[in-house]
Design a protein around this ligand. Sequence first.
Ligand SMILES: C[S@@+](CC[C@H](N)C(=O)[O-])C[C@H]1O[C@@H](n2cnc3c(N)ncnc32)[C@H](O)[C@@H]1O
Length: 234
Amino acid sequence: MTPRQERDRPLPEGDEKARTVRRLFDTISPRYDLVNRVMTLRMDVGWRRRTVRELTLPEGSRILDLACGTGDLCRELAAAGHRPVGFDFSHGMLLAAKTDAPLVEADILQLPVRGASADGATCGFALRNVVSLEGLFAELARVVRPGGRIALLETAEPEPWLMRLGHRVYFRKVVPMIGGLLSNREAYSYLPRSTAYLPEPGQMLAMLRAAGFPDARRLTLSRGLTQLLVATRA
Ligand SMILES: C[S@@+](CC[C@H](N)C(=O)[O-])C[C@H]1O[C@@H](n2cnc3c(N)ncnc32)[C@H](O)[C@@H]1O
């Protein structure tokens, strides 16, 4: 398939989306961390650190890291004195994980966890990957105790038009190229395209508030390259 055909292919939905996402992450897992560092010029490390800080929870808190991948957020959570547990449905990503935190192979839309049993939850770069964002927010509301906190990190588009243009070129051309050189071109063509699944920021906040996080707010990091949704469970 040519790069253009790859770009124009319709995005999968439902079960097909879940299967596609799991397969892609299984494929890219061995070099996922390396590609992340190169593509973000290591900014991703600071973004995850900020995510953990925005939880504003005391040390020793039980935090569920949803879609933990190779465990980067679990490591940051542990370094901050929390007790993380990671969940991901890609066996390959979990095998490649470098963290001492317990890891569970599970769908984050159906967590094998009791209701209101977590002090908080994080999720890094996976909102666009789930089949149902409402389903994910409902699951967060189920597992996080009243007063518990969530911090959800995701890519974004900067607002200033020149930055937005540069960002689009980078995401659509450079990311698949770097991904192709270091890992797998198909996966790194899909991942930038998958941002199309993300609702507008205002809509995501409204969904979070309706799910049981009335104080949900959005922070932008690195001049809008990423967004962080933070909220308290009512
Ligand atoms: C872009 S990676 C992010 C990994 C990690 N959170 C990070 O910050 O680097 C997205 C991860 O979401 C996982 N994922 C996507 N949908 C999922 C689901 N429904 N249940 C469990 N894991 C899921 C993928 O397997 C993948 O590991």
